[in-house]
Structure formats: structure tokens, C-alpha cells
Ligand binder design. Structure first.
Ligand code: SF4
Length: 95
């Protein structure tokens, strides 16, 4: 249904005939960590996330997985070299 509370005019899964069914009856505004994210949308009631109703919870256990303004940390694995094989390759003239 179309939201009648914080994101007025937006189609929302939580909206029902008797009002918003989300925790507390409304979405929650973005948190400081959301600043810069492309999913932040400004409505007359304030700034909300277009993907998640309670942004604060997306940041409680690390970075928000929907965020567009941060890059996922990828661990570069150091290439492990087998010393014995490397020695044999060197001896054979292959590198
Ligand atoms: S996607 Fe995550 S970081 Fe972006 S506005 Fe929503 S909760 Fe905040």
C-alpha cells in the first residue's frame, strides 16, 4: 500500500489499511553513518532510507550492506609461495 506516514506517496510493504505495521508505526530517519549514501531520500517528514525502515539497525553490527557510499573491505590475500617449488623452478630456469 501507499505510505501515509513518514514516506508519504511511496509504495510500502509495511503499510496496511489500519496504518503502518512497522515497529512503532513508522520508519526511522537515517543515522549519521548514512550520510552520502545514494539511498537517502528526503521527504517532508525528514531523511529516510529508501531500502530499509530503520537505518540505525543496519549499522549496529558493522557496515550497512546496502550502503552505496562505502566500499566493501576486501582482504587481499598474499600469494603464498612454496619455497621448495620456487627453488626448483629457479633451478630449471622457469620464473
Ligand atoms: S542503505 Fe544503509 S547506509 Fe544507505 S541510507 Fe539505507 S541504511 Fe543508510
Amino acid at each position: 500500500m501507499i505510505c501515509q506516514t513518514s514516506k508519504q506517496g511511496v509504495e510500502c510493504f509495511f503499510m496496511a489499511k489500519n496504518g503502518c505495521n512497522y515497529n512503532g508505526g513508522s520508519c526511522y530517519t537515517i543515522v549519521e553513518s548514512c550520510t552520502g549514501c545514494a539511498r537517502v531520500t528526503e521527504y517532508s517528514a525528514g531523511k529516510y532510507c529508501s531500502s530499509y525502515p530503520q537505518p540505525e539497525l543496519k549499522w549496529t553490527s558493522g557496515q550497512c550492506n546496502f550502503a552505496t557510499h562505502i566500499k566493501a573491505e576486501t582482504l587481499k590475500e598474499d600469494k603464498k609461495v612454496n619455497a621448495l617449488k620456487a627453488s626448483k623452478r629457479k633451478a630449471a630456469g622457469k620464473m
